[in-house]
Design a protein around this ligand. Structure first.
Ligand code: BES
Ligand code: ZN
Ligand code: ZN
Length: 490
């Protein structure tokens, strides 16, 4: 769907030509003739400021493409994210105008003062992701994705980056897969259903699959997962996906929180805590599963384990009670002092299993773990916790490249006090009401031992109520591009 085109802009068949323009720049070389039209037509109205937009219709409109200018803002403020945003916005505008195919002109490296790959890659990403429409549950499909998005480039780009469009599609299709899973309502992704859906997609990519059902989870001692799932008639699953290329020297394990609905359990979430959004509490699982699916296509030379505990957290006569003590997979006893702190429980079992079974070199868990993390960092930035400076730095660098921002948070030893239980080895609930994102991360750290580990709390950025430049309302697919980038750099 994404393609590079070169040649004579006016001979190419398209419904619209999108031209990004920096505020302090002349329109770039490719569009010299258009720039003349623009200059005469606007007489100074369009300055290329961020948010500036100008559409010129060439009559007859049905025969020739319209030309849409988009402002990029000041040259020294332009970065990958502003290019992503611009292309996403352009695509969404054209979708709303019911167009089918568009051409986006790529500014030259000299004009923006950026490396050419730094310009093209985010433009492709923003356009592809902005073209995703989640309309599965609408009878009337008002907004139809564009059929074709071409990028008008200089001929040397076509030669040097010929495989870039398909690589971007592979990774971004992972993001879209995760978005769709997250946006799917909880009645359509009960644990068994969700696990089977992931497995069927993973199978097509030749990933190795292990699927534990409730009976096996009980038999094998996944006490924490079983306790969280006890209240629901839709019983838990643990799915393991494995990408195992020949000659791999390292293995990375990814563990994703897969709560298909988080009611809070017996500690039922109070009014005002957006219960209706808690279908998103499996965003970590979605990110991990989609990353494995994309990785299987990209074929990096590193082994990848995806561990995906999938559980519905519901109150009922069978539900775990506050104060219950359970034995986790690694034998530790846990006092469940709050049934709404369920994410760390299912993650601890999945982590223990992965460490014992696969001994990975690196383990990263991704989870919508705490509201406290959203309080700390807001809705656009994830919390990154790691005891390993080098790994943390690599994640932050990947996050910078993909625009999925992570901010490093501390793991203070002395806060572990707060997780002490009178009766069991550990409590799932901090004794302090402050620093909840940190104590949740510290709880997980107690199950890690000495493996290189990072925890990414995505409670803020995993889900949005209102559309943004290159994402519709619902799941954002946060983490997939970041993890794919990281995997290629390890
Ligand atoms: N799934 C929630 C965290 C969450 C909150 C995700 C808001 C997305 C948006 C998690 O299971 C939870 O309920 N955490 C509690 C922990 C507390 C009981 C220790 C929280 O954050 O309040
Ligand atoms: Zn919860
Ligand atoms: Zn939760």
């Amino acid at each position: 769907m994404l393609n590079f085109k070169t040649g004579d802009l006016y001979k190419l068949k398209t419904d619209a030509v999108v031209i990004p323009v920096a505020e302090d720049e002349q329109l770039h070389e490719n569009e010299r003739t258009i720039s003349l039209t623009a200059k005469t037509a606007t007489a100074g109205e369009f300055k290329g400021a961020k948010g500036d937009e100008l559409t010129l219709y060439n009559l007859p409109a049905e025969k020739s493409p319209r030309v849409i200018f988009f402002g990029l803002g000041k040259k020294n403020k332009i970065d990958a994210e502003s290019l992503r945003a611009l292309c996403g916005k352009a695509v969404k505008k054209c979708i709303k105008s019911r167009l089918k195919k568009i051409m986006i002109a790529v500014p030259s490296s000299g004009k923006l003062g950026m490396e050419i790959k730094e310009i093209i890659e985010p433009m492709l990403e923003g356009a592809f992701l902005g073209n995703h429409v989640f309309a599965k549950y609408k009878n009337e499909k008002k907004n139809k994705p564009l059929e074709k998005i071409d990028f008008f480039v200089e001929p040397h780009i076509l030669l040097n980056f010929s495989d870039l469009p398909s690589r971007v599609e592979t990774v971004c299709n992972g993001t879209i897969l995760a978005r769709e899973w997250v946006s799917t309502p909880s009645n359509c992704k009960k644990p068994e259903q969700f696990a089977k859906n992931i497995a069927s997609i993973a199978k097509k990519e030749n990933l190795i699959i292990k699927d534990f059902d409730y009976k096996n989870l009980k038999r094998l001692g996944f006490g924490a997962m079983v306790a969280v799932g006890a209240g629901s008639r839709n019983k838990p699953r643990l799915l393991i996906l494995k990408y195992d290329p020949k000659g791999a020297k390292k293995t990375i394990a990814l563990v994703g929180k897969g709560i298909t609905f988080d009611s809070g359990g017996i500690n039922l979430k109070p009014p005002g805590s957006s219960l209706e959004d808690m279908k998103m509490d499996m965003s970590g699982a979605a990110a991990v599963a989609a990353t494995l699916v994309s990785a299987a296509k990209m074929k990096p030379k590193i082994g990848i384990i995806g561990a995906i505990p999938i559980v519905e957290n519901m109150p009922s006569g069978d539900a775990a009670r506050p104060g219950d003590i359970v034995t986790g997979y690694n034998g530790k006893t846990i006092e469940i002092n709050n049934t709404d702190a369920e994410g760390r429980l299912i993650l601890s079992d999945a982590i223990s299993y992965v460490l014992k079974e696969y001994r990975p070199d690196i383990l990263i868990d991704v989870a919508t773990l705490t509201g406290a993390c959203v309080v700390a960092l807001g809705e656009k930035i994830a919390g990154l916790f790691s005891s390993d400076d080098e790994l943390a730095e690599k994640i932050i660098q990947s996050a910078k490249r993909t625009g999925e921002r992570c901010w490093r948070m501390p793991l203070p030893e002395d806060y572990k006090e707060l997780l002490k239980s009178e009766f069991a080895d550990i409590s799932n609930m901090s004794s302090s009401k402050w620093g909840g994102a940190i104590t949740a991360a510290l709880f997980l750290s107690e199950f890690i031992k000495d493996t290189r580990w990072a925890h990414i709390d995505i409670a803020g950025p995993a889900y949005i109520k209102k559309e943004t430049d290159y994402c519709g309302a619902g799941g954002t697919g946060f983490g997939v591009r970041l993890l794919c980038d990281l995997i290629q750099k390890l």
